[in-house]
Design a protein around this ligand. Structure first.
Ligand code: ADP
Length: 416
């Protein structure tokens, strides 16, 4: 063997991969020590033996056929390609290997060289990697399931919380409504309380004057026993009468107000002639007129009939006319004008009385309001409130103009 041949042999003998040559019948011609170790044989046990000895079934039986096929068709399955296959050791165990086969053309014949690289370690590493991977995947799966469980629990807790929150909100709303209702009733109660106390002070004040008049007139009457005292007796009798009328008026106001408050006043529309109705009221208030006062009743409705509640309308007019009389001096004229404006019925009652101070006019329709310039005149501060409420029942309105010391004019408007 020359130098190059020796070197080649040394390389073949020392490489870690197995190198095997076979003839075209699959008989092993040479194998290097690494190759023999790989399969667990001595070299001498392999030389001259078929290569399929190193393959597990079914490759072992198929190998001869494979070689024949290749030699006739030249269609390679491994030769010149290289692939992973399984080898079988002497003890029957198998192991993975990478096989690279090449065809070698010698002078007079063909041989095949196979280079075998043991893949056991790599496969084992791959396997453990896969196992690790599988374990990891199972772990991830488990954790995912656990997480899903936790998330589901959280979702349920969340749902429960949302439900509780919405319930709480509802409760809060109900509580708020209750509180608002309570506040309203409290405010109403307070208003009622205030009204009561104002009423009591007003009533005690307004009742005292006529009652003391009655008392003193009655006491005086006892004294006037002589025939010639008839004048004085008449004077005191008329004082008593007017005081009683006064008290009756106040009581009527209370009655009307309480009925209005309770919604007990029913509206009964009927066809009436306004001029007639105004005439009736004007007649009724005659007894209240002071010296020289006169009511000028002017009817501009041409006796036309209107749809109205007679009783309510009389009450409104009575209130306004008696105010005009009460708050005007002797000899002052009072006008009562009834007319149509478009489809509305309007009645204006005008006087030349004490008028209402400008600064106080905004309180005019508040219950118990009494203007400062009228405090020495008998009154309850209920009349205009009653008028206003009656008018609302008829869908009507009231407006006024007044100048202190010059007079007032009240106009009611009722749609027809
Ligand atoms: P009352 O006359 O019993 O006091 P009203 O509610 O009728 O109650 O009137 C409220 C207040 O309005 C009166 O106290 C008075 O100050 C004022 N007022 C009403 N009508 C007139 C009027 N024609 N002239 C001047 N003041 C009036």
């Amino acid at each position: 063997m020359d130098e190059a041949g020796k070197r080649l042999q040394a390389i073949i003998d020392t490489v870690i991969d197995g190198i095997i040559t076979i003839d075209i019948n699959g008989v092993i011609e040479s194998i290097n020590p690494a190759g023999a170790v790989l399969f667990g044989y001595d070299i001498k046990d392999l030389i001259g033996h078929k290569i399929n000895k190193l393959m597990p079934q079914p490759y072992r039986s198929q190998h001869d056929q494979y070689l024949t096929n290749y030699l006739t068709t030249r269609e390679p399955k491994i030769i010149g390609i290289g692939r992973e296959v399984e080898g079988m050791r002497k003890d029957g165990s198998t192991f993975p290997l990478r096989l690279a086969v090449s065809e070698v053309q010698l002078d007079n014949r063909t041989i095949f060289t196979g280079i075998i690289h043991d893949l056991s370690a790599m496969k084992a590493a791959e396997r453990s990697l896969k196992e690790l991977n599988d374990k990891l995947e199972t772990l991830v799966d488990e954790r995912t399931r656990e997480l899903e469980g936790v998330i589901n629990k959280l979702l349920k807790v969340n749902e429960q919380l949302e439900y509780e929150i919405s319930e709480r909100k509802q409760m809060q709303e109900i509580l708020q409504q209750r509180e608002e209702q309570l506040q309203i009733s409290l405010a109403k109660e307070m208003e009622l309380g205030e009204l009561k106390s104002r009423f009591v002070s007003m009533a005690s004040h307004e009742f005292r004057t006529p009652l003391s008049t009655i008392l003193s007139s009655a006491a005086l009457l006892q004294r006037y026993t002589l025939e010639e005292h008839q004048d004085r007796r008449d004077k005191h009798i008329s004082r008593i009468k007017s005081s009683v009328a006064n008290l009756t008026g106040i009581l009527n106001d209370f009655l009307s107000l309480s009925k209005l408050e309770e919604g007990k006043i029913e509206v009964n529309y009927q066809r009436i002639t306004l001029s007639e109705l105004c005439g009736e009221v004007v007649d009724e208030v005659q007894g209240l007129l002071k010296e020289g006062q006169h009511i000028y009743h002017e009817d501009r409705t041409s006796g036309k009939e209107v749809e109205l509640d007679r009783r309510i309308m009389k009450n409104i007019l009575f209130n306004l006319l008696s105010n005009a009389i009460k708050y005007s001096g002797e000899d002052k004229p009072i006008h009562c004008i009834a007319e149509f404006e478009e489809s509305n019925l309007c009645v204006t009652i005008r006087d030349q009385g004490i008028g209402i101070p400008l600064a106080e006019q905004k309180h005019l329709f508040s219950r118990f309001f009494r203007a400062t310039n009228s405090l020495n005149i008998q009154g309850t501060g209920l009349g205009l409130d009653i008028v206003n409420r009656y008018l609302k029942l008829l869908n009507g309105t009231i407006t006024f103009e007044s100048e202190e010391g010059a007079g007032s004019s009240f106009t009611i408007t009722i749609p027809q």
